[in-house]
Structures are given as structure tokens and as C-alpha cells.
Design a protein around this ligand. Structure first.
Ligand SMILES: NC(=O)c1ccc[n+]([C@@H]2O[C@H](COP(=O)([O-])OP(=O)(O)OC[C@H]3O[C@@H](n4cnc5c(N)ncnc54)[C@H](OP(=O)(O)O)[C@@H]3O)[C@@H](O)[C@H]2O)c1
Length: 285
């Protein structure tokens, strides 16, 4: 019985498909669903079923979920539209009788005041109300949120933010993907809530120091107010609403909202999570 992965045309979803294949799930039992399926022709070549979906088009979702035993809803990327889009996915899973719908939520979704979490909380509420068997994979930050910026940090000789001394339990997308594959291939997952994050949380000061060590360049963390950091992001080219949202996320980090101490991620993947040192080294190589 197939396992559907939404967002398979994106970075996390593709890694989940790869992790399912690594776990021995037969390619023909995996449905890789995404909007721009041109991006995953290689998966089709390997025998994975590829289906085009649009979260705004319920018929495409019902067609993708038809006959599926389990599915992973990788949260969408269109901020502001996601609660309605995810509701469409939940409705499609319900009407096609999917046996488990796992959802990539955000760490500490039930208590964080981070504005970015509101759509995740709405989706969790919709899942609980739907009657669809579900599991919650509450993700901390991706390590790549930082390692992708190393070039910018090096260019300016500084890491900017408003996360204060908040601890961040970031993990690589590959680790989160391995955990999703573990949940999708295990029994008894209905109702499980996983708080997922890296084993070793770090502060922004520690991040800057890690990058300094790896590059040999002196890079410091400079903490800004939320308003100052918003202006920095706007000056760097982000639209004001997105800049304010990112700065608000840093404010929440300062309050500890992305600190995860459950150990769920390493337990699910059966090994320690990828360290920040290794993630930085990989990004530089
Ligand atoms: N925890 C974190 O640090 C963090 C960071 C960034 C994002 N996220 C969240 O995690 C998700 C996965 O991250 P990622 O890095 O894999 O993001 P990504 O590479 O941007 O992938 C997003 C995926 O969502 C799909 N999508 C967006 N709108 C859609 C729509 N209307 N209908 C169908 N599919 C749609 C995209 O499809 P197409 O590419 O085919 O259009 C793509 O497959 C993101 O979408 C976001 O919710 C978390």
C-alpha cells in the first residue's frame, strides 16, 4: 500500500523519499507528490510514482491520496495560505481513507508565541478535529537556515540576529527526513507527537564561533533589537512582512521556543543527530 509524500519536489520532501527508499520501501509503493513534477523526473525514472498536486486544488489531492495507506504532509511554503491549504490536504486524506497522516509542524507548537507557528497550530487543531489518524513531527530549525548563509556571514564578518542567548536545537533536513521515514514505516504511530531537534543546541554566539573555527576568519554574533534586525533584513532585500516574521522568530528563539530537549530525533533515527560542526564542514566543502 503506497506512502504519499507531499512537497517531494522540495528539499525536505525529496530527502524523505530518498530515506524511504533507503529503508527498503519499494519505489512503486512511494508516491512523490509536488506541484512542479519536472523537478523529480529522476525519481520517476527510479520507479517512484510521481503525481502532480496543488494544495489549492482538492481534486489533485484526492487523486494523489487514492489508495494510500499513509501520507506525509510536508508543510507548504506559501505563508498566509497554509492553514487553508493544509485543511484541503486533511480533507482529501479523510475522504480517501488514509490510515495515517503525518504532519511536519513546528517545535513546541502548542506553546510558542512565534508568529510563524500560527498556521502550524491551526493545522494541528484541524487534524485533531478531522478524525483522520495523525502523527505530529514538530520540527526545530533546519541547520541549513544558517549554513546556507555562511557566505554572507563571511562577506560581512558578522552574524546578525535578535535571538539573544536563546538556544537553538537545529538539525539537518536529512535528519528530519530520516525521522519522517522512520515514522512512516513504523506501526502504532497514531496520535504520536514528536518534538524534533538536534542533540546539541547552540546559541548564535556559539554558531558564529563554530564558523570562525571552521573558516579561520573572525566572525562574531551581533545581537540587535527586533526592529533593528527587521530593518537589516529589509535593507538586504526582503519584503517588510517577511523580514518582520523572521525577526519575530528570533525573538521567540530568545525566549527558548526552539529549544528541544526530548531526544526524539536521535531516538527515531537510531543515531546521534548531525552535529553543527559536521553541518558547517559539509556546507564549506
Ligand atoms: N524548520 C525550518 O527551519 C524550516 C525552514 C524552511 C521551511 N520550513 C517548512 O518546511 C517545509 C519544507 O521545507 P523545504 O526546505 O523542503 O521547502 P521547499 O524546498 O521550499 O519545498 C516546499 C515544497 O512545498 C511545495 N508547495 C508549495 N506550495 C504548494 C502548493 N500550493 N501546492 C503543492 N505543493 C506546494 C513545493 O512544491 P513546488 O516546488 O513543486 O512548487 C515544494 O515541494 C517548507 O514548506 C516550510 O513549511 C521549515
Amino acid at each position: 500500500m503506497p506512502i504519499v509524500v507531499t512537497g517531494a519536489t522540495g528539499r525536505l520532501g525529496r530527502l524523505v523519499v530518498e530515506a524511504l527508499l533507503d529503508r527498503g520501501v519499494a519505489a512503486e509503493h512511494i508516491v512523490a507528490a509536488g506541484r512542479n513534477t519536472d523537478k523529480i523526473k529522476d525519481l520517476a525514472d527510479r520507479g517512484v510514482q510521481v503525481r502532480a498536486i496543488d494544495f489549492n486544488d482538492p481534486a489533485t489531492l484526492r487523486a494523489a491520496f487514492a489508495g494510500a495507506e499513509k501520507a506525509l504532509l510536508v508543510s507548504g511554503s506559501e505563508i498566509g495560505q497554509r492553514a487553508a491549504q493544509h485543511q484541503n490536504v486533511i480533507d482529501a486524506a479523510g475522504s480517501t481513507g488514509v490510515g495515517l497522516l503525518a504532519y511536519t509542524s513546528i517545535a513546541n507548537a502548542d506553546r510558542t508565541r512565534m508568529r510563524l507557528a500560527a498556521e502550524h497550530r491551526a493545522t494541528e487543531t484541524a487534524l485533531r478535529a478531522s478524525g483522520v489518524p495523525f502523527a505530529l513531527l514538530r520540527h526545530g530549525w533546519y541547520a541549513e537556515n544558517y549554513t546556507d548563509q555562511i557566505g554572507t556571514y563571511r562577506q560581512h564578518g558578522v552574524v546578525l540576529g535578535s535571538a539573544g542567548a536563546g538556544r537553538i536545537s537545529a538539525a539537518t533536513r536529512a535528519d528530519y527526513a530520516a525521522a519522517a521515514a522512520a515514522v512512516l514505516t513504523a506501526d502504532g504511530q497514531q496520535g504520536r507527537v514528536y518534538e524534533l531537534g538536534g542533540d546539541q543546541a547552540f546559541t548564535m554566539t556559539e554558531l558564529a564561533s563554530e564558523i570562525s573555527n571552521a573558516t579561520g576568519q573572525d566572525i562574531a554574533y551581533q545581537d540587535l533589537s527586533v526592529d533593528e534586525y527587521t530593518r537589516v533584513l529589509v535593507d538586504a532585500g526582503l519584503p517588510e512582512p517577511a523580514a518582520a516574521l523572521y525577526a519575530d522568530s528570533d525573538r521567540a528563539i530568545a525566549q527558548g521556543d526552539l529549544h528541544v530537549t526530548s531526544g526524539d530525533l536521535s531516538r527515531l533515527i537510531g543515531r546521534p543527530t548531525t552535529s553543527l560542526t559536521d553541518a558547517v564542514t559539509a556546507a564549506l566543502s
